[in-house]
Design a protein around this ligand. Structure first.
Ligand SMILES: [Cu+2]
Length: 529
């Protein structure tokens, strides 16, 4: 069955879910925390313990329980047998104040090890949820992650194991600052995803289709074809689906076709998905967020996709971007925002009078996800409707500047380099010439101020993510960009960021395209000395 046929079956039922916000998790606040302990009996290093002690502490503990396991999820008339937390997609919201201890227990009901990575949180290294710093949780075992967050913002959490995040294993995480002025009337959490699990190929099947037999080596089927290994370095040749003799790869389910985007510098993605979701729902069964005309709504947009950037606009509205990856920026008005995988943007809109689609266009993939904002009776436009805002002023990383209070110092005593390489033909994505299992870690000393330059030597964009830190993006003209933990690096371009080494440990540095990461585009930043 083709993608198109699968999509058609999902159009048979039209309905609107009258619940716009994500369900709250069973969060319980209690008065006193217990001492944080390292996982699996391992002793936390003195440096990690000292860094944790230096974080703010309210003395309050927020507890929650997540049960990852197989689940049958209703995407809105279409059922998907998948993996999810507590039988829902997205999983339940985790929410705490700055300085609260979060005690999150994971009861692993999967048939393989799992972890909970707290994307964007500058938390203690031994609770980061990425091995080897944090051991994975075995099947049938439970583990409680205990940590405090030093910064407010919009985050999310997901496993750091295999391709699990391309199933339904993700939850929003909001850290509130009680001192932050509450200049909005309502809050809408919007979680975006590209969906195949249980309705199309499994993520593992997609990965097999992308990766030559023999796995990124010269043994792959492409290797015998003259020049194929360097195909992506030839202008205009990056779309394999258009190449004669390639077996119509662009039409194969799960394989990328002619997905291109000017904003992303060319090739937009590797995978065509059956569906794109907002808060777990397909467009024909979109969720509705209800508000009153004139209300200021803070929309927290989170891209939980594996291979899809989204261009997001609210029909009939401009949006004022206030935060990038949790950190404040000089408020900037745009018509739409572009989010690479795992990026977050917080925006404020002033609600109009009527029913308005919030449309997340799968960048370069000719498909949309959507939800509805309703402030009055009325009906929404057709599900194929694309608001004109999508093609007006689109905010990207280059558009924004961190507020002066959160800008990082400009002095630097270390220059780190991450050279990104790989081709679609070999699917051999690497950092500094090595896949993850042969990595040469970048190293840094506690207290150092460093620049980190991502140099993209490929014909594909990469959303590059560093764990445990939020870095300062430097714009092309040398001025300060936004604070971010994930930055889009376009083909054949370089992006430099600043970071302060204030969170000791071993931290993952990787592409947040789930398939690139699994193929090896990952290394670590190690604190030494
Ligand atoms: Cu990548």
């Amino acid at each position: 069955m083709t993608r198109q046929a699968l999509a058609a079956t999902a159009m048979s039922r039209r309905g609107f879910l009258a619940a716009g916000v994500l369900g709250g998790a069973a969060l319980v606040a209690c008065s006193r925390s217990t001492t944080a302990t390292a996982p699996n009996g391992g002793g936390a290093s003195d440096a990690i313990t000292a860094a944790e002690a230096a974080r703010p502490h309210t003395g309050r503990t927020v507890t929650a329980r997540l049960a990852p396991g197989s689940a049958d999820i209703d995407l809105g008339g279409t059922k998907a047998h998948t993996l999810a937390y507590n039988n829902q997609v997205p999983g339940p919201l985790i929410r705490a104040n700055v300085g609260d201890e979060i005690a999150l227990s994971v009861d692993n009901g999967l048939d393989h090890p799992t972890s909970m990575h707290w994307h964007g949180l500058a938390l203690r290294n031994d609770m980061d949820g990425a091995a080897p710093a944090t051991p994975n949780v075995d099947p049938g075992a439970s583990f409680t992650y205990r940590f405090t967050s030093p910064y407010p913002g919009t985050y999310w959490a997901h496993p750091h194991t295999g391709l699990d995040t391309d199933y339904g294993l993700y939850v929003p995480v909001i850290i509130d600052d009680p001192a932050e002025p509450g200049r909005y009337d309502a809050e809408w959490i919007v979680m975006l995803d590209d969906w195949t699990s249980g309705v199309g190929l499994s993520p593992e099947e997609i990965y097999k289709g992308l990766r030559p037999i023999g796995g990124g080596s010269s043994q792959g089927p492409m290797a015998g074809m003259p020049g194929m290994g360097d195909m992506e370095h030839m202008p205009g040749m990056s779309d394999m689906g258009h190449m004669p003799g390639m077996g119509g790869m662009g039409q194969m389910p799960g394989m990328g076709g002619a997905a291109t985007s000017n904003l992303l510098g060319g090739d937009a993605g590797d995978v065509t998905y059956p569906y794109y979701l907002v808060n777990g729902r397909i467009p024909t069964a979109a969720t509705t967020f209800t508000a009153k005309p004139g209300q200021r709504i803070r929309i927290r947009i989170i891209n939980a996709a594996a291979d899809t950037a989204f261009r997001v606009a609210l029909a009939g509205h401009r949006m004022t971007v206030t935060h990038t990856d949790g950190f404040p920026v000089m408020p900037t008005e745009v018509d739409a925002v572009l989010l690479g995988m795992s990026e977050r943007y917080d925006v404020i809109v002033t609600a109009g009078d009527g029913v308005f689609p919030l449309v997340a266009s799968a960048e370069g993939k000719n498909a949309v996800a959507r939800a509805l904002l309703s402030t009055a009776t009325g009906s929404a436009p057709d599900t194929a409707f694309q608001p004109p805002e999508l093609t007006r002023l689109v905010g990207t990383v280059d558009t924004f500047t961190a507020t002066p209070q959160v800008q990082l110092p400009t002095n630097s005593d270390l220059a780190l380099q991450a050279r990104l390489t790989g081709t679609m033909g070999r699917y051999d994505w690497m950092i500094n010439g090595r896949p993850f299992d042969q990595r040469l870690p970048l190293t840094i000393h506690q207290g150092q101020h460093a620049t980190l330059t991502f140099t993209n030597a490929t014909m594909m964009w990469h959303p590059m993510h560093l764990h445990g830190h939020t870095f300062q993006v430097i714009k092309a003209d040398g001025s300060a960009g936004p604070r971010k933990d994930t930055v889009v690096v376009k083909p054949m371009q370089a992006v430099t960021v600043r970071l302060v080494a204030d969170n000791p440990g071993i931290w993952m540095l990787h592409c947040h395209n789930g398939y690139h990461m699994d193929a090896g585009m990952m290394t670590t930043l190690n604190y030494t000395g």
